[in-house]
Ligand binder design. Structure first.
Ligand code: CDP
Length: 231
């Protein structure tokens, strides 16, 4: 049985994590949400007052990089890997709008990307992994066995994220969510270091009209065609 590395990239709120989670479950692989790492570092920046409006105190952040421990632990209840920041489970905190509104600023700092990419590559060493993010197929695992690029309109993405946030203690307005998504699309595609773009050998999937299960079936079929012995 050959163990694969599967990269899922795409814009904000296209359902990358949903697909990655379902895929990992079907294949018996581990799932790593690389965005959770950038979000956890952003939470650290906020909690340690290293940000003022749009200005990050990069010097303090980079000097403290060694004291930011980020790791994942599997939670059997939610059946997913959850992210820990210096020993605290921050899976819920990192999804708040106060983090979403700053994360792309943190994620564009070259030294932060290098640090996160090194951690991500370590997690992929034993293969049998589905990782989702923005630069997994282009930078983290350029030799990934399967690369999927998910896309759909900003309005559909905002609606999905808005509905998700409604279930939390800190809901936002639809307009606020749409604006945040558009802003992150801009920052993520325009940054200098590994900007969000589709890898040449990635498969483009527009899931605007597809349910999570339908998206999963399409990708599973692709995997079975290419790698009949992957699970
Ligand atoms: O779930 P959502 O699509 O809203 O975002 P996420 O995957 O949690 O990622 C949050 C942010 O982290 C993105 O907007 C990017 O700025 C950054 N990110 C990145 O730069 N590279 C990655 N591999 C993953 C996330």
């Amino acid at each position: 049985m050959r163990k694969l590395i599967i990269a899922i990239d795409g814009y904000s709120s296209t359902g990358k994590s949903t697909l990655a989670k379902l895929l990992a479950k079907s294949l018996g692989y581990i799932h790593i949400d690389s965005g959770a790492m950038y979000r956890a570092i952003t939470l650290y920046v906020i909690e340690n007052k290293m940000i003022d409006g749009g200005n990050i105190d990069e010097e303090s952040l980079l000097n403290n990089l060694d004291s930011i421990d980020i790791h994942f632990e599997y939670n059997p209840e939610t059946q997913q890997n959850e992210v820990f920041l210096n020993g605290e489970n921050v899976e819920k905190k990192i999804r708040q709008m106060k983090v979403s509104s700053k994360v792309s600023l943190v994620a564009k700092i070259p030294e932060i990307r290098e640090h996160a990419v090194n951690l991500q590559r370590k997690l992929g060493e034993s293969k049998g992994i589905v990782m989702d993010g923005r630069d997994i197929g282009t930078t983290v695992f350029p030799k990934a066995d399967i690369k999927i690029f998910l896309t759909t309109s900003a309005e559909i993405r905002a609606k999905r994220r808005y509905n998700e946030l409604l279930k939390t203690e800190q809901p936002s307005t639809y307009e606020e969510v749409l604006e945040n998504i558009a802003e992150r699309d801009r920052t993520d595609t325009q940054r200098k270091v590994s900007p969000l773009r589709m890898a040449e050998d990635a498969i483009l999937v527009d899931n605007g009209e597809l349910s999570p299960q339908q998206t999963l079936q399409i990708v599973l079929q692709l995997i079975n065609e290419r790698f009949p012995n992957s699970h």
